[in-house]
Design a protein around this ligand. Structure first.
Ligand SMILES: NC(=O)c1ccc[n+]([C@@H]2O[C@H](COP(=O)([O-])OP(=O)(O)OC[C@H]3O[C@@H](n4cnc5c(N)ncnc54)[C@H](O)[C@@H]3O)[C@@H](O)[C@H]2O)c1
Length: 442
């Protein structure tokens, strides 16, 4: 329904009482364009500029004022802000794109949902189990009118759906186990010592935001565009290490195929615990209940060079930097982001039970990942691939793995209540403490 048809229909239905919900119109701006606030305007944000330039970017927010002149060249009509809380109060907004450091993501997303704004949030959606649950629950209440997407854009690679089809269509029999891994290793000893003072226009206290106080050190900000996250995301107060970094992309390859929600247990082990820095080497394992097309499954995540066992000695899983493997009653599927191998293994694995799809019955492509969200903001009947339910569940599982790593034992989890039932110590680690003056629900 276009805008004119909608107005006509509303007038008839409402017998003159013309109420126009924002989402039914699509957007507040002229020409059906969205009015967008971009929070964090450099780095990863640059990858969104082309799509955003098709809409109205009306607010730019960054803790580093030095980033504004370049951004304003592309979005000259935007107002600028240093504090995202003030940006979100701009009255003409329809939507928010979040490209800040990870420890602000759940905050900005939740505040934006509270203001009935559509949200695109760079991954990860949250860095604590509690944050993931709160943001997901908030969106679930509003899902018919607000579009959300987490920046796991590899999801649009068609191989994701080809892997899913192979599993759903029985190419490896009954699915029992799924493994994902990533071999990135960035080691740090601890939080950086105080060094120098922030340059003029660089609001370090605002960058710290809800996280505990740490001294300024320019090394946190010495990475290139879109890579600077590798300077801070391994510290517990600023990120979730590989879980929130490449883990978000690689677990997505698995998550898309296994159709899981939340686990009932988590168990993890890794290198010695460092109170400042998330582990490099670590493996996490979760149990997931059966659903309507498969039995219960075990899901695993390996990082920092730790790997699942290879199904056959001639298969070198280590040759895949970021990959996934699925085990079924008749064999394995091994995949990276854009290719896959089927490995039938048992005597009965003759593939007669598997019928490849026709072109017409392939799962539909996601298309352009960022535009999928823009389209859904304008038309609430459209869905996004990585909404806050799908992505919220996925990151909650991953973050629960880090909790299990910290307590060093298998934890039993009640997905309905979000409570660990056999470890008070684990329950205390599901949330994080925020600095005075910061609230997740503002
Ligand atoms: N989807 C992907 O493939 C992908 C790739 C790279 C990074 N990322 C994600 O993008 C985000 C940003 O990563 P980056 O490498 O660009 O980091 P970065 O440190 O360069 O930060 C990006 C910009 O955000 C600003 N910023 C940081 N915190 C802010 C805050 N609280 N308020 C306003 N502005 C703030 C910074 O000053 C900078 O201009 C991270 O969450 C990262 O996980 C995603």
């Amino acid at each position: 329904m276009n805008r004119r048809d909608f107005i006509k229909a509303s007038t008839i239905a409402g017998a003159g009482a013309l109420i126009l919900p924002r989402t039914a119109l699509g957007a507040k701006g002229p020409n059906n364009k969205l009015n967008i606030a971009l929070i964090g305007v450099w780095g990863r944000a640059l990858a969104h500029y082309d799509v955003l330039a098709e809409e109205n970017v009306v607010a730019l927010c960054d803790i580093n004022e030095k980033r504004f002149p370049e951004a304003l060249k592309r979005f000259p009509n935007a107002k600028t802000y240093v504090d995202w809380r003030k940006a979100l109060d701009q009255k003409d907004l329809d939507a928010v794109v979040i490209c800040t450091a990870d420890h602000h993501h759940a905050f900005i997303a939740n505040w934006a949902l509270n203001r009935d704004l559509h949200v695109y949030c760079e991954k990860p959606l949250a860095i604590s189990v509690e944050e993931a649950r709160i943001v997901r629950a908030n969106w679930m209440k509003k899902k018919t009118k607000l579009a959300t997407q987490v920046g796991m854009q590899r999801h649009a690679i068609e191989n994701f759906n080809r892997v899913k089809e192979l599993i759903r269509d029985g190419a490896i029999g009954n699915l029992t186990d799924a493994y994902a891994w990533g071999n990135r290793q960035i080691r740090r000893a601890g939080y950086l010592p105080a060094q120098g003072t922030p340059p003029e226009g660089f609001h370090f206290d605002q960058w710290l935001g809800p996280s505990p106080d740490h001294p300024y050190n320019p090394d946190y900000f010495s990475g290139g565009p879109g890579m600077n996250c590798l300077q801070w995301n391994m510290f517990w107060d600023f990120g979730a290490g590989q879980v929130g970094d490449m883990g978000s992309h690689t677990m997505d390859l698995l998550w898309n195929a296994v159709d899981a929600t939340l686990p009932t247990s988590a168990e993890a082990k890794g290198e010695k615990f460092n109170p400042d820095v998330t582990p490099v080497e670590c493996e996490s394992h979760w149990e997931h209940p059966a659903n309507d097309w498969r039995g219960p499954i075990n899901v695993s995540w390996y990082q920092g060079g730790v790997m699942p066992g290879s199904p056959r000695p001639y298969v070198d899983l280590k040759a895949i930097d970021h990959g996934a493997m699925f085990k079924g009653s008749k064999g394995f599927i091994i995949a990276n982001f854009d290719t896959r191998i089927v490995l039938p293994v048992s005597d009965s694995a003759d593939l007669t039970y598997y019928k490849p799809r026709t072109k017409e019955t392939l799962l539909p492509p996601v298309g352009h990942f960022q535009r999928q969200w823009i389209n859904a903001c304008k038309n609430p009947s459209l869905k996004t691939a990585c909404d806050f339910e799908y992505s919220g569940n996925m990151i909650e599982q991953m973050l629960l793995g880090l909790v299990a790593y910290r307590v060093g034992k298998k934890i039993e989890y009640n997905p309905a209540t979000g409570q660990v039932t056999n470890s008070p110590e684990a329950n205390a680690l599901l949330s994080r403490k925020y600095r005075d003056g910061w609230t997740l629900n503002g």
